[in-house]
Design a protein around this ligand. Sequence first.
Ligand SMILES: Nc1nc2c(ncn2[C@@H]2O[C@H](COP(=O)(O)OP(=O)(O)OP(=O)(O)O)[C@@H](O)[C@H]2O)c(=O)[nH]1
Ligand SMILES: [Mg+2]
Length: 370
Amino acid sequence: MRAVLVGVWGRDISKEFSKESIKELKGLVEAVGGKTLGYILQKRNFPDQKYYIGQGKAQEIREIVRGTKADTVVFDDFLTPAQISNLEKVINAKVLDRTDLVLEIFSRRAKTKEAKLQVELAKLMHELPRLHGKGKALSRLGGGLGTRGPGEQETEVRKRLIKKRIHRIKKELEEIKKRRREQRKRRERSEKGERIVRVAIVGYTNAGKSTLMNALTKKDTYVANMLFATLDTKTSARVIYPDFKLLFTDTVGFIRKLPPELIESFKATLEEVQEADIILHVVDVSDEGWLDYVSTVNEVLKELGAEEKPIIYALNKADKLVETENEMNHLPHPAFIEGDAVLISAEKRWGLGKLLDKIVEVAKREEVYI
Ligand SMILES: Nc1nc2c(ncn2[C@@H]2O[C@H](COP(=O)(O)OP(=O)(O)OP(=O)(O)O)[C@@H](O)[C@H]2O)c(=O)[nH]1
Ligand SMILES: [Mg+2]
């Protein structure tokens, strides 16, 4: 994929924010093995119904596509099926939106049966409202583009098949969920005599959640410098004090403008977040946009109904800001973070003792243990 990216700013979105978002979109393009040739930002207070951007701008993009030999134009937002199809006509290249990319990444990364089912469900939910007689919505990244859409009758058949499949997947997921719940109960019951604190590690994608999980529990969860390396939640344990046991869970990363279908699908996986006693929110403080990431993650936590739980911020990758652990310890507490926060470097294993102390302190203070 040779892509040109398009973003919009104006009204509620600052130019800086929009640029940050485009930078991330570039990461998403790379995650599906594509290359970004350049990007275009347009100032617009409201999206155009027909083209999302202005029609003049769309024609300009067509020239850029021709000049750079791009084959794809990626919009940094959700587009309607009509907008996509109108844009493709004007621009004369494949048009994708953020949802298409994220769904594609998820479907490539899903490893376990559950994750695979969840991604399939999200894809089908995404596809269903987009099926029209003349639609060409199927596997938009799969090369089948430009082919003529199915007829009215085929569409109806396809719709019925999708609904049936959705029903089936939901049932299967429900069974997996039930089994997991029972396993969890058994696991927790066997920990008699100790107070257990369930800690869910959450955060923006690539923040270092799995690295921290490994550092804390000496397990080896997959770590990689790419978006959405982890798609399955895994629990691991570590004993801290004789009468305290911390159970850590690694989770799938969050991202801004997460397709709603995915939130829906991954809610089940994120059930561990809903059941956690403490949320450990990992933040990459070496990234300029980290405060925006924090609010994005907190919004998703709200979606999951977990915003009332005690949150501890693990301000990670401090090794990119200072040279030594000692220097890190002399950094001021970031005033804009209200509440419990600890500076760490998961990779260098700095500050992990303090972080564990903090978890126990919060658990005692909030009396959140079983
Ligand atoms: N310099 C530095 N790099 C880190 C640190 N922690 C993690 N990383 C790097 O950040 C990248 C992402 O780490 P992961 O642990 O996979 O991040 P994650 O939050 O689990 O990411 P997803 O599963 O993709 O959401 C990897 O390249 C890590 O090596 C740290 O403390 N310092
Ligand atoms: Mg991970």
